[in-house]
Design a protein around this ligand. Structure first.
Ligand code: PGA
Length: 255
């Protein structure tokens, strides 16, 4: 069975009580499903990672993801969280280069390359987010931008490291707006990203899962997941309520 991926990026939402209640409600529904090829990543705030890890209690198909990490191994970086710290509490994957961080924290491709190295060195899977702004798309530069994001952040990786990569295509203009990309755009950009990965890594590039993110919800998920080269989704808003998330999981597993 082909592996499916769903990432719920909670961003800066939920209190501790809300986070744990969400997981407590989700678990029985997930436990009732059998023989599925799903990897579900929950990406809460750093401060709930350990509590959620405890609740998940060894269920292998639910993974913990962090929303960010620092680009240095350790040191005098007040307020920052290292990749090794995340790995030590059981985090399996780290989002790198979400467009909100690219814009709000001015994270560039060179910095993201360092973060990816840190995540890999700590034995976790980097989930690199790429995607063009509305301006870039209007100027016809969407492919150039995405190619640059991939090329400049994915440097000098060993075959083993390549196998642990996850990519999310998230057009900035589709995130958090309820304005999902068209199926033509999703198909075209996922094929383009696949071609880039094949170009960098040969046949290994075929295996890297490419997820779609940007206003994906239970209504549009079926169409999105039926596009070629879409291995799953990265959801923000639709991942904040367990019933919506469960509906998306159901659709994803139908494919
Ligand atoms: P959205 O967010 O699903 O709310 O558009 C997606 C994301 O930011 O990754």
């Amino acid at each position: 069975m082909e592996k499916k991926y769903l990432v719920a990026n909670w961003k800066m939402h939920k209190t501790m009580q809300e986070a744990t209640t969400f997981i407590e409600r989700l678990l029985p529904q997930l436990d009732a499903m059998h023989d599925h090829p799903l990897d579900l990543f929950i990406a809460p705030s750093f401060v709930y990672l350990w509590a959620i890890k405890t609740l998940i209690n060894g269920r292998g198909f639910i993974k913990l993801a962090a929303q960010n990490c620092h680009h240095e191994t350790e040191g005098a970086f007040t307020g920052e969280v290292s990749a090794a710290m995340l790995a030590s509490v059981g985090v399996g994957s780290v989002l790198i280069g979400h467009s909100e961080r690219r814009v709000n924290q001015q994270e560039d491709n060179v910095l993201l390359a360092k973060k990816i190295k840190q995540v890999l060195a700590a034995g976790m899977r980097p989930l690199l987010c790429c995607g063009e702004s509305l301006e870039a798309r209007k100027e016809g530069k969407h492919k150039v931008i995405v190619q640059q994001q991939l090329q400049e952040s994915l440097l000098d990786l060993t075959p083993l490291q390549v196998e642990s990569l996850l990519i999310a295509y998230e057009p900035v203009w589709a995130i958090g707006r309820g304005q999902v990309a068209s199926l033509e755009v999703i198909t075209e950009m996922h094929a383009f990203i696949r071609a880039c990965l094949l170009n960098y890594y040969g046949m290994l590039g075929e295996k890297i899962p490419i997820l779609y993110g940007g206003s994906c919800n239970s209504q549009n998920a079926r169409a999105i997941f039926s596009c070629p080269n879409v291995a799953g989704g990265l959801v923000g808003g639709a991942g904040l309520q367990e019933d919506h998330l469960m509906q998306i999981i159901t659709v994803l597993l139908e494919k």
